[in-house]
Design a binder for this molecule. Structure first.
Ligand SMILES: Nc1ncnc2c1ncn2[C@@H]1O[C@H](COP(=O)(O)OP(=O)(O)O)[C@@H](O)[C@H]1O
Ligand SMILES: [Mg+2]
Length: 152
């Protein structure tokens, strides 16, 4: 699935819609957010986390690696792998323990093996003054979500 996000507001709306396409039980879902610096990965994550009911700021997890949110729909973990250099380092951030929530992962290319267990990959790219978003299903339920999304 491929859509043009003309401006920041479109990315924010997309993050909100994405949340509503997720099932009620978000625990164990992993969504990879790919794209170069400034592509809108954090904008998308922030919109989703706020749409899930978080008030207040959504700081970048660049240094903390994980920013956790306890929300009415369940836990959301905003993860940034920019500073890790291999899959083995995932244990430093307690990756396996984060399966009780939705994992939103920026810079997933730092741990390429993740795509084998993730549900979806959102690829964001610059296009003119806006961004192009490509949503790819990596699991059966991820592909089913895309079908739901298309019917909105
Ligand atoms: N669809 C869009 N069109 C134009 N600008 C956008 C769009 N989505 C987000 N932006 C802007 O681009 C920048 C993206 O920053 P950010 O979300 O931090 O990117 P990343 O996390 O990928 O590095 C922000 O300044 C944001 O306002
Ligand atoms: Mg970012």
């Amino acid at each position: 699935m491929n859509i043009l996000l003309a401006d920041e507001a479109a990315t924010t709306a997309f993050g909100r819609q994405f949340l509503s396409a997720l099932p009620e039980e978000i625990a164990g879902w992993t969504v990879l957010l790919s794209g170069e610096l400034g592509a809108g990965k954090s904008t998308f994550a922030r919109a989703l986390i706020k749409a899930a009911g978080h008030k207040g700021p959504v700081p970048s997890p660049t240094y903390t690696l994980v920013e956790p949110y306890q929300l009415p729909c369940g836990n959301i973990y905003h993860i940034d792998l920019y500073r890790i250099s291999s899959e083995e380092e995932l244990r430093y951030l307690g990756w396996n323990e984060l399966d009780d929530g939705l994992r939103l992962v920026e810079w997933p290319d730092r741990a390429p093996g993740l795509s084998a267990t993730a549900d979806l990959e959102l690829l964001l790219a610059y296009e003119g003054d806006g961004r192009r978003a490509e949503l790819e299903g990596l699991s059966d339920r991820g592909m089913a979500l895309i079908e739901r999304f298309k019917s909105y």
